[in-house]
Design a protein around this ligand. Structure first.
Ligand SMILES: *[C@@H]1O[C@H](CO)[C@@H](O)[C@H](O)[C@H]1NC(C)=O
Ligand SMILES: *[C@@H]1O[C@H](CO)[C@@H](O)[C@H](O)[C@H]1NC(C)=O
Ligand SMILES: *[C@@H]1O[C@H](CO)[C@@H](O)[C@H](O)[C@H]1NC(C)=O
Ligand SMILES: *[C@@H]1O[C@H](CO)[C@@H](O)[C@H](O)[C@H]1NC(C)=O
Ligand SMILES: *[C@@H]1O[C@H](CO)[C@@H](O)[C@H](O)[C@H]1NC(C)=O
Ligand SMILES: *[C@@H]1O[C@H](CO)[C@@H](O)[C@H](O)[C@H]1NC(C)=O
Ligand SMILES: *[C@@H]1O[C@H](CO)[C@@H](O)[C@H](O)[C@H]1NC(C)=O
Ligand SMILES: *[C@@H]1O[C@H](CO)[C@@H](O)[C@H](O)[C@H]1NC(C)=O
Ligand SMILES: *[C@@H]1O[C@H](CO)[C@@H](O)[C@H](O)[C@H]1NC(C)=O
Length: 309
């Protein structure tokens, strides 16, 4: 009976490890839907998406069309209901992922595939209410990718799309590398004031997130199918918030083989740093229980043996 108990305890520990492994969080916040730790087998990393934008040259596309590239269908002039502080605009459906290729220099590419949604909360100066606005990236089929580096060890992927007003909006992903690894070091979102109707802003607004994440071996790509969220703050004003949601993400920076397909994918699913100490603790606890059980059983048997004498 005691042996069985030990077995059950060990089994329980294993279950605990499994459960904690499934729920362990990344350095960056993940949503509750991350509990389903199964990777859909349909997403093949190396499969090139049909909508690939390359940015080797400054090709001036026919952007002279009069169609406004408004990202949300909601008319911005609607006054928010007076009962709530942050009136919920109807949620904008998330966009489909797009693949981007940016040429930094000879034998140095950044490739990325993802879909993003930015949720910016700001004060409407007319109603004095906090409103939120969702912007999708790619906003349409005209989001383009640019790459640049200011030194050998850092580089930037810039996704740019035309604003509903004048100028461009953009998202910048900063990467740095050392001898064997590279990582994302920060994210910046820049939007034109026309994207934030009835705000106090009259020039482009920048939101930033500066924290290292997604440390990856050089030559490999980093993939995260579950939703990743970043809390961004306006660089000079801590009260204005934006949340960047990234869906179906895969990227590779400092890519030197001139191929536009992703290298071996490091999956965020296996970034479970808490599992190891928990597993070790459980194994030790299981051993203690087994040894104790064995000791008790032998003692009982020995005691019985003495009685029969
Ligand atoms: C946008 O952010 C605000 C404030 O954090 C929140 O109330 C709102 O629900 C968010 N909207 C969406 C669609 O995520
Ligand atoms: C990237 O740009 C360099 C020049 O900066 C060029 O020599 C190279 O062919 C380009 N690579 C690709 C894949 O376009
Ligand atoms: C809007 O949000 C900011 C930051 O959370 C807060 O300080 C401010 O009081 C809010 N304004 C209103 C009108 O709710
Ligand atoms: C973008 O999509 C529109 C229709 O949605 C199409 O008319 C246009 O040709 C596309 N532009 C490019 C550059 O693919
Ligand atoms: C950008 O990186 C390339 C090598 O990938 C290097 O030759 C070049 O000097 C870098 N540019 C700057 C400004 O450091
Ligand atoms: C906006 O982006 C386009 C490419 O998408 C570029 O040609 C243009 O120069 C940019 N405009 C500004 C004002 O940066
Ligand atoms: C990635 O992590 C390793 C080990 O913690 C560290 O040595 C390396 O500097 C990190 N890489 C980057 C680019 O920060
Ligand atoms: C924006 O508004 C401020 C005052 O609110 C003014 O000082 C500044 O010149 C304006 N900037 C532009 C580009 O209009
Ligand atoms: C991001 O902001 C939301 C709402 O303000 C908060 O619940 C969440 O904990 C924040 N996440 C991080 C990583 O700071």
């Amino acid at each position: 009976m005691k042996k069985h108990l030990a077995c059950y305890l060990a089994l329980g520990c294993c279950l605990l490890v499994a459960v904690s492994g499934a729920t362990t969080k990344l350095p960056v916040t993940t949503t509750p839907e991350s509990k389903t730790s199964t990777v859909p087998p349909t997403t093949v990393p190396t499969k090139p998406t049909p909508s690939t934008t390359t940015s080797t040259t400054t090709t001036t596309t026919t952007t002279t069309t009069t169609t406004t590239t408004s990202t949300t269908p909601t008319p911005p002039t609607t006054p928010p209901p007076p009962t709530t502080t942050a009136p919920p605009s109807p949620p904008v459906p998330k966009p489909d992922p797009q693949k981007y290729v940016a040429n930094i220099s000879d034998h140095n590419l950044i490739i990325a595939k993802m879909a993003m949604q930015i949720n910016i909360t700001y004060e409407n100066v007319d109603s004095k209410m906090n409103v939120s606005r969702q912007i999708n990236i790619p906003s349409d089929n005209r989001t383009t990718a640019f790459g640049s580096n200011s030194s050998l060890n850092d580089e930037v992927l810039q996704l740019t799309w035309k604003s509903a007003g004048t100028g461009n909006n953009s998202v910048l992903l900063h990467f740095k590398k050392d001898a064997k690894t590279y990582a994302l070091t920060g994210v910046e979102v820049m939007v034109q004031p026309q994207e934030l109707p009835h705000s106090k802003y009259n020039e482009s607004v920048t939101f930033a997130f500066n924290k290292e994440a997604y440390n990856t071996t050089l030559g490999n790509s980093y993939r995260c199918i579950r939703l990743q969220t970043f809390n961004l703050t306006k660089t000079d004003e801590s009260t204005v918030m934006a949340q960047l949601s990234v869906y179906d993400m895969q990227f590779q920076a400092f890519k030197s083989d001139d191929q536009t397909s992703f290298g071996y994918a490091n999956d965020c699913q296996f970034d479970t740093p808490d599992v190891v100490p928990i597993a070790v603790g459980c194994v030790l606890a299981g051993l203690v229980v087994i040894v104790l059980g064995a000791y008790l059983i032998t003692r009982k048997r020995t005691a019985r043996g003495y009685h029969s004498m």
